[in-house]
Design a protein around this ligand. Structure first.
Ligand code: IMP
Ligand code: MG
Length: 175
């Protein structure tokens, strides 16, 4: 039998759109005259990134990384690996990392340390969502969309066991 988890709406598509709009304004303001390289963290950030970049009137470029972590679906990883690296040369570029969620901070802080070694001209982080109460490793979020309570969330790119990424709103998963 397949157990259907309960989904409870937490953030509506309108609230998401408002947050994305605000983030785009902040990024546009700060990157005026620059040609930033946006690095999306696959897979979760792709929906957010697609909406965000269409509001950025900047000569930006895109690249992606994919990270893998060990552990069960709802557990945050303790060990992170880069399984797909950026293709673009990062040296002296204005790099803006696009994350779906910062939870314990382990993944994001690993990634920022990893990318910093490629000597970008600047390195900043934009995260759609944040669960500050779960933090184990400090992460400075330069552009933050929405703070979340300590609940596992799905939708708008975020998954549980690869499911629910296609939901247009963000839901809390309750079992
Ligand atoms: P970290 O705990 O900050 O390292 O987050 C690791 C990864 O776990 C994130 O990039 C997400 O892919 C995933 N994650 C953490 N919390 C959630 C959640 O509430 N929903 C879906 N994925 C999550
Ligand atoms: Mg992620």
């Amino acid at each position: 039998m397949v157990i259907q988890p309960q989904l409870k709406i937490l953030i509506s598509r309108d609230e998401i759109a408002e947050a994305v709009h605000r983030l785009a304004s902040e990024i546009k303001r700060d990157y005026q005259g620059k040609q930033p390289l946006l690095v999306g963290v696959l897979t979760g950030s792709f929906v957010f990134m697609a909406d965000l970049i269409r509001q950025l009137d900047l000569p930006l470029e895109l690249d992606f990384v994919r990270l893998s972590s060990y552990g069960a679906a709802r557990e945050s990883p303790g060990k992170v690996r880069v399984v797909h690296d950026t293709k673009t040369r990062l040296k002296n570029r204005d790099v803006l990392v696009i994350e779906d969620i910062v939870d314990t901070g382990i993944t994001t802080s690993f990634l920022l340390d990893y990318l910093r070694k490629k000597e970008p001209g600047s390195l900043k982080l934009c995260a759609l969502t944040d669960k500050p109460s779960r933090r184990r490793v400090p992460v400075a979020i330069d552009y933050l969309g929405l703070s979340l309570p300590n609940k596992f969330v799905v939708g708008y790119g975020l998954d549980f066991d690869q499911r629910f990424r296609n939901l247009p709103d963000i839901y809390a998963l309750e079992d």
